[in-house]
Write a protein that binds this ligand. Structure first.
Ligand SMILES: *Cc1c(COP(=O)(O)O)cnc(C)c1O
Length: 397
């Protein structure tokens, strides 16, 4: 008899042949600017831990104290018996931080997009998406029965064209939802959210921004993209984010009106049917907000390092793409070159991953670096020197 699971090994084998399988690098100890990866001390240039919060003493202490007072797990899903005072406190604090009427915390950013988007739009609706949106948005959209339209990346004229055409649709759409990443994770560019909000208002569409990479990075004190563009809650209906990147912990969230939060927690299946965060997670996220509010130096430092790295890398002859944020691609072109550069950097003590086809278009392979506020000036000098040396050896610049 034919083995019905034979495809597992076959398809995996194809990935290995094309060098597209993930080979996991293992951290022995905390995610820090200087850390032990696979037994080698390296400078970490590819974590999303922008502010160094994942190992911040105040977050660590908060997590430990919450285990002592509330235990290891929450015991249930949020709507049944898994809502603790820590979860409620976190949502209150987040709403205040975001200057929103209300916030809601999900298990992850992925669970937020996958759980909420299919409730916001359904049959008879249209969802309009930037062509480079994150995979969790794409999956959320797929779970809805709404029609889909895609506009060219960050192209507001093309978005307006899609919105105009949608008005000619018969029968008329019940609702139109525009969804965009705030910061795009491959190039580090920022969505023109002010202009997108105008287009949305002109066409009576709802606007949903996924600010996973803008949180803790953009806006006043790291408040995110809505703050960055000085937009209001009636312009951006859903501000979505994550605690897994600059906040250094884990968990997704939305901020907006009380009506949004009431709707979302009663309808999102990921929120209703999956266990809530352990107390340590909620407490560490709370501490992250505290630290952002009381230690503004981290966000400032992040941008200082970002400017310096871009300036000196460009000065060394590297192409740093169209980045406007601490996500800084170092463009190299061919996938094989990107892989070789990443391997060589690792030998030289710098951990930065290659981003290759099919993650990005053919010929657009790159090393994606992400700045971290906890890097020292000497660390950055060392990282830039390693790039210069490896780049010279491989004939990249
Ligand atoms: C990382 C990311 C997510 C997923 O967030 P998690 O909290 O890690 O699940 C969603 N959207 C975007 C744009 C992201 O970059």
């Amino acid at each position: 008899m034919r083995d019905p699971s034979a495809f597992l090994a076959q398809e995996y084998g194809q990935l290995v042949d094309r060098q597209l399988d993930w080979k996991l690098r293992v951290l022995h100890g905390p995610s820090a600017p200087r850390c032990d990866v696979d037994g080698r001390e390296v400078l970490m240039l590819c974590s999303n831990n922008y502010l160094g919060f994942s190992n911040h003493p105040r977050l660590r202490d908060a997590a430990i104290r919450a285990v002592a007072s509330h235990g290891a797990g929450s015991g249930s899903v949020r709507p049944i018996a898994g809502t603790m005072d820590l979860h409620m406190e976190l949502e209150r604090r987040l709403a205040k931080f975001k200057d929103a009427e209300a916030s809601l915390v999900y298990q992850s950013g992925f669970a937020t997009n996958a759980g909420l988007i299919p409730q916001l739009v359904g049959e008879g609706d249209l969802v309009v998406s930037d062509e480079l949106n994150h995979g969790s948005i794409i999956d959320g959209v797929r779970l809805s029965r709404a029609e889909r339209a895609v506009y060219r990346h960050a192209d507001v004229e093309d978005l307006r064209r899609v919105l105009r055409e949608s008005e000619e649709h018969r029968p008329a759409y019940r609702r139109v939802l525009i969804v965009t990443d705030g910061v795009f994770s491959m190039d580090g560019d920022i969505a023109p959210l002010d202009q997108i909000a105008k287009a949305a208002a002109d066409h009576g569409a709802m606007l949903y921004v996924d600010d996973a990479h803008g949180e803790g990075v953009l806006g006043e004190g790291g408040r995110g993209i809505v703050s960055h563009f000085h937009l209001t809650r009636d312009q951006v209906h859903v501000e979505m984010g994550t605690f897994s990147k600059a906040f250094g912990v884990v968990g997704g969230h939305i901020s907006g009106s009380r009506a949004l939060v009431n709707f979302a927690c009663n309808k999102s299946r990921t929120w209703l049917l999956s266990g809530s965060h352990p107390p340590a997670v909620a407490a560490a996220c709370l501490a992250a907000i505290d630290v952002l509010e009381s230690e503004p130096q981290h966000v400032r430092r992040l941008w200082e390092l970002t400017e310096r790295f871009k300036r000196e890398m460009a000065g060394s002859g590297f192409d740093v793409g169209r980045s406007q944020t601490p996500i800084i691609p170092v463009m190299v072109g061919e996938s094989s070159t990107a892989r070789r550069l990443s391997d060589r950097l690792f030998e030289l003590g710098v951990f930065a991953l290659p981003i290759i086809y099919p993650m990005v278009a053919q010929g657009k392979a790159r090393i994606r670096t992400i700045m971290n506020a906890a890097l020292t000036d000497e660390d950055l000098t060392e990282a830039i020197a390693a790039f210069a040396r490896a780049g010279r050896e491989l004939g990249i610049r």
